[in-house]
Design a protein around this ligand. Structure first.
Ligand SMILES: [Zn+2]
Length: 330
C-alpha cells in the first residue's frame, strides 16, 4: 500500500462547517485523515488558508511529501465546473463567487488538482468504495441540513453542461412552499431535510402543540434539531413521530421524481438525517412506491451509504486520481 508514488492522492472535502483532508491510495485506503472547522464566516482567504493547513497536516501525519503525491482531488459545496475548476457560488460559503479554487490550491500546494462538487464526490466515494460498488446507474442522495445528490450514469458522474447537475435538493416539490436558501420556493430540501424537520417542530411548539420535544432540547426552542426530534419520537412523542413521518413522505415524493426521471438501479441514501432509519425511510419508500411508475419502482434498490463522513474525501481523492490519469493519457 502506497509504495508507488503514482498511487497516493491528497483528497480534500471542503464543507460549509468542516474540512476533511486525507492522504489515500487509489484503493481508498487512508494513510491519514485530518479534520478541522471551516471558518466560513471569516471569508475566503481564511478558508483557503485552513484548507492548506489541513492539507499540510494530513501529509505530515502520513509522512508523505507533496512531491510524492500523484494528484489532489477537491470536493467543494455549491456549483462548480470540473472542467474549469471554478466554484461559481456556494450557499454554504458566504462571499464565494467565481473562485478559481482548483488553480488556487494547485498553485499554493504545487501539485495538479481537480475540483468536483462535494455531493458528486460523495457519490463517487460510494461508487468506488462503498454501497454502490458494481452499480452502473445510480443516484446518491444525502439527507442532511440540506439535500445533496450525485447522479451516476453508465458508470460516470453526470455533471451537466456547466457542472451544476445533481442538485436534487433544489427540485421544486411545492410551488408555494417555504423559501429556500437558493431563492426558490418549496425546493425538496425545504420540505425533506433536517432543517425542514426542525423548522416544522419549532412552528408546532410555538403554536402550543403538546409535545415533549422541548425537554430533549434543554427547554430551548433554538436547540430543537432533527436529532432531538428523533430522540423524542423514540420515546413515543406523537408530534415527533408525526413530523418525522411527514418528512419521510416528502423524501418519498422526491424519490418518486428521481425514479421516474432516471430509472436508476440503485439509490444510495446517506447524510445525518437518514440515521433516523425506518421511522423516516419506511414512509419515504411507501410514498415513492405509490407515486413512481410501478415498473421503475420495482427495478430500484435502496441502500444506505457505507462510508459515512468519509464518502466525500474518498470520492474527491478517487476523482483526482482518475482525472490525473486521464490528463496524462492525452
Ligand atoms: Zn432551493
Amino acid at each position: 500500500m502506497g509504495e508507488n508514488a503514482d498511487d497516493l492522492i491528497l483528497g480534500i472535502d471542503l464543507g460549509g462547517t468542516k474540512i476533511l483532508t486525507a492522504v489515500t491510495d487509489s484503493q481508498g485506503n487512508m494513510l491519514s485523515r485530518e479534520h478541522s472547522i471551516t471558518p466560513a464566516s471569516k471569508g475566503r482567504e481564511t478558508v483557503i488558508q485552513s484548507i492548506l493547513d489541513s492539507a499540510h497536516s494530513a501529509l505530515k501525519q502520513a509522512g508523505i511529501a507533496i512531491s510524492e503525491i500523484f494528484a489532489i482531488g477537491i470536493g467543494a459545496p455549491g456549483i462548480s465546473n470540473p472542467e474549469t475548476g471554478i466554484l461559481f457560488t456556494s450557499p454554504n460559503l458566504p462571499g464565494w463567487q467565481d473562485v478559481p479554487l482548483r488553480d488556487i490550491i494547485q498553485s499554493r500546494l504545487g501539485k495538479k488538482a481537480f475540483l468536483i462538487n462535494d455531493a458528486n464526490a460523495a457519490a463517487l466515494g460510494e461508487f468506488y468504495f462503498g454501497a454502490a460498488r458494481g452499480a452502473r446507474n445510480f443516484i446518491y442522495i444525502t439527507l442532511s441540513t440540506g439535500i445533496g445528490g450525485g447522479i451516476v450514469i453508465d458508470g460516470k458522474i453526470y455533471s451537466g453542461a456547466i457542472g451544476a447537475a445533481g442538485e436534487v435538493g433544489h427540485m421544486t416539490i411545492d410551488d408555494n412552499g417555504p423559501i429556500c436558501n437558493c431563492g426558490n420556493r418549496g425546493c425538496w430540501e425545504t420540505l425533506a431535510s433536517g432543517t425542514a424537520l426542525a423548522r416544522e417542530a419549532r412552528q408546532q411548539i410555538k403554536e402550543g402543540v403538546r409535545t415533549s420535544i422541548l425537554e430533549y432540547a434543554e427547554g430551548d426552542i433554538e436547540k430543537v434539531t432533527a436529532q432531538v426530534i428523533h430522540s423524542a419520537a423514540e420515546q413515543g412523542d406523537s408530534l415527533a413521530k408525526e413530523l418525522i413521518a411527514r418528512t419521510g413522505y416528502y423524501v418519498g415524493v422526491g424519490l418518486a421524481n428521481l425514479i421516474n426521471i432516471f430509472n436508476p438501479e440503485l439509490i444510495v441514501i446517506g447524510g445525518g438525517l437518514s440515521n433516523i432509519g425506518d421511522m423516516l425511510l419506511k414512509p419515504a419508500f411507501k410514498t415513492a412506491g405509490e407515486r413512481a411508475y410501478k415498473e421503475a419502482f420495482q427495478a430500484v434498490r435502496f441502500a444506505s451509504a457505507e462510508l459515512g463522513r468519509n464518502s466525500g474525501v474518498l470520492g474527491a481523492a478517487a476523482f483526482g486520481f482518475r482525472e490525473m490519469r486521464k490528463s496524462l493519457r492525452k
